[in-house]
Design a protein around this ligand. Structure first.
Ligand SMILES: NC(=O)c1ccc[n+]([C@@H]2O[C@H](COP(=O)([O-])OP(=O)(O)OC[C@H]3O[C@@H](n4cnc5c(N)ncnc54)[C@H](OP(=O)(O)O)[C@@H]3O)[C@@H](O)[C@H]2O)c1
Length: 254
């Protein structure tokens, strides 16, 4: 077997929400596999820190601050990335957020914010990035889903709805772009320790529930996202499209 099929040498990867958390871990991994990285987020200090960390390890990266929920900002941000790197071969739609209360208390403004960030933004970014992939006849799109795109959980109205949408969006994009050489897959993690879930991490009852509910008995570690992201970005997965890969310690095997 030729391990070059896992190499991303000469590729450019754009990762939304890579200033922190899972996106940052994924960006570091894609860089180590050989790709130049467009680090995206909103907070410039976090973006600069992520870019510096990638460069410190000897890889190329540049930062781009824009709000993924605004079409104008997305188009401008992607234009800047294309001007800087000349191309985007790998798009990881990862930026996301959450708000947890019961259905009957769910504020409309939070519903709109979660759906805009976790779902609408993924198609806005893809619309801006994918045409130049189609022109070259090759590209990889990875959409960040969640176990909550597959199963339900209390207090997760907008989040689970958005991730269910990501699962379906992934299939539609995969079908539309299959013959153009653009592969589209989703990854669906369980709980990983990031800022987005730190509130739950410090809630003993919920922390214990997650451990007990997970066959492997624990949360994911940030580095456990790396292998699947590299695989889906690399030529090794070229005949895989329209799929969702769960990284969940067995949660959904029940
Ligand atoms: N952590 C988990 O347990 C878990 C499990 C399953 C799936 N996920 C998914 O993984 C993805 C990343 O989550 P995470 O836990 O790593 O979250 P995180 O640590 O809170 O990071 C979120 C990232 O998204 C960016 N972002 C949020 N809203 C944005 C917006 N409107 N425009 C541009 N960037 C925006 C943030 O940048 P700024 O801070 O600068 O806005 C940050 O870089 C999400 O899609 C989440 O649903 C997470």
């Amino acid at each position: 077997m030729n391990l070059d099929m896992f190499s991303l040498d000469g590729k450019v990867a754009m990762v939304t929400g890579s200033s922190k958390g899972l996106g940052r871990a994924a960006a570091m991994a894609l860089a180590r596999a050989g790709a130049d990285i467009a680090v995206c987020g909103r907070n410039p200090d976090d973006i600069d820190a992520a870019v510096a960390e990638i460069r410190k390890q000897g890889h190329e990266a540049a930062g781009f601050a824009f709000d993924v929920t605004r079409k104008e900002g997305v188009d401008q941000g992607v234009a800047e990335i294309l001007a800087r790197f000349g191309r985007v071969d790998i798009l990881f739609n990862n930026a996301g957020t959450n708000y947890r209360v019961p259905v009957l208390e769910y504020p409309e403004a939070e519903w709109d914010r979660i759906l805009a960030t976790n779902l609408k933004a993924y198609y806005l970014v893809a619309q801006a990035v994918v045409p130049q992939m189609i022109e070259r006849g090759y590209g990889k799109v990875i959409n960040m889903s969640s176990i909550l795109g597959h199963v339900g959980l209390q207090n997760q109205l907008a989040y689970a709805s958005s991730k269910g949408g990501v699962e379906q969006m992934t299939k539609v994009m995969a079908l539309e772009w299959a013959k153009a050489g653009v592969r589209v897959n989703a990854i669906a993690p369980t709980y990983f320790e990031t800022e987005m879930v730190k509130q739950i991490r410090h809630d003993r009852e919920r922390f214990d529930f997650i451990n007990e509910r997970t066959p492997m008995g624990r949360w994911g570690k940030l580095e456990e996202i790396e292998g699947i992201v590299i695989f889906l970005a690399a030529p090794a997965s070229d005949f895989i499209t329209g799929q969702s890969i769960l990284i969940d310690g067995g949660w959904t095997a029940w």
